[in-house]
Design a protein around this ligand. Structure first.
Ligand SMILES: [Fe+2]
Length: 326
């Protein structure tokens, strides 16, 4: 019987030093979904983002069409106004990288385009955004998004439309597709983009959220953007439904983080079928953090004057490596 995948240890959800490693290993090397082109309709209207303590702005710089083309969108570092790389997909989604450390967009997401072609994102007008902080690590929220074992008891209203018994997650390079009902493959599009963005198209609308880590590993800022074909009552109904699901997840994450902090839970095994999305993204975090740690060690060995590494992440990584060798 193949060995079951184990979760990241609880210490990875509460260590400031480990977060600083994640920041450099994962966040500074990734691409982020900023939204569809309809988010940037008005020339000069700046939209603020902050990902892993890197503030950026995105805006439409020219044009008078119904929505901007790729060359009419600018993404900049908010501090230096330096242009950042962005990519607009053929059906109208805008992604950006935080700096030069991220690979090319098509290298990062080599097989994303065929899935995005299912939706014309230029037809989904922007309606509303909300953001707030929660007492949980960014991975606590992504863990929950990447599986649906919790759906039946946490999301009774969602489970009526999308029965968790048939729920499946298909992992690709740097993203996962969630299929709520394999009998109806065109019913909604649910995507997770590594490390912290999601896209949820269903019920005539679309929500996209970013799980933004703060410097405190126990605090995460949730940022939601909502889009819908309709305004007024139809949008309000949709909004009420999706907010209910989001608040149910929020409460679950705060409780899970309490247990991670108190030491009630240390680590466990993942269901190879029902939690394949969790093992996929956690494995990627683990691999990138270990690579970063090894690279940092090399640099420090070459530079004797370098500051000694922080003790906490060293101990955590050594602990995990020892465990894997057992
Ligand atoms: Fe959930």
């Amino acid at each position: 019987m193949p060995e079951l995948t184990r979760t990241l240890p609880a210490s990875w959800y509460r260590s400031p030093g480990l977060y600083q490693l994640e920041r450099r290993a994962v966040f500074l090397k990734s691409w982020y979904l900023l939204g569809p082109v309809t988010r940037f309709r008005e020339v000069g209207a700046k939209v603020d983002y902050e990902i892993a303590q890197r503030p950026l702005i995105a805006f439409r710089c020219s044009g008078n069409g119904h929505f901007p083309g790729s060359h009419e969108i600018q993404v900049q570092c908010a501090k230096t106004e330096q242009s950042l790389r962005h990519n607009v997909t053929p059906t109208g989604l805008v992604f950006a990288a935080l700096g030069d450390e991220a690979p090319d967009f098509n290298e990062y997401f080599p097989d994303l385009e065929p899935l995005l072609q299912k939706v014309n994102f230029t037809k989904l007008p922007y309606r509303h955004s909300i953001k707030y902080e929660g007492r949980f690590n960014w991975k606590t929220m992504v863990d929950g998004y990447q599986e649906c074992l919790h759906c039946q008891y946490t999301h009774p209203s969602f489970s009526v439309y999308y029965p968790p018994t048939s729920y499946a997650v298909h992992n690709h390079q740097n993203f996962s597709q969630h299929i709520a009902d394999p009998e109806k493959p065109d019913d909604g599009l649910f995507l997770y983009f590594f490390p912290n963005c999601t896209l949820n198209v269903y019920g005539g609308g679309m929500s996209s959220f970013r799980v933004c880590p703060t410097n405190d590993p126990n605090v995460t800022r949730m940022e939601f953007d909502y889009y819908h074909m309709e305004s007024g009552e139809k949008f309000e109904q949709y909004f009420k439904f999706v907010r209910q699901v989001a608040l149910e997840d929020y409460e679950l994450c705060e409780k899970a983080q309490d247990n991670l902090v108190k030491g009630i839970y240390s680590e466990g095994i993942l269901n190879p079928d029902k939690e394949n999305g969790v093992s996929f993204y956690q494995g990627r975090v683990f691999e990138l953090v270990c690579e970063q740690y090894a690279a940092d060690q090399l640099v420090q060995a070459e530079d004797k004057e370098a500051t000694a590494p922080q003790k906490e992440p060293v101990m955590i990584i050594t602990d995990v490596r020892d465990r894997l060798r057992q």
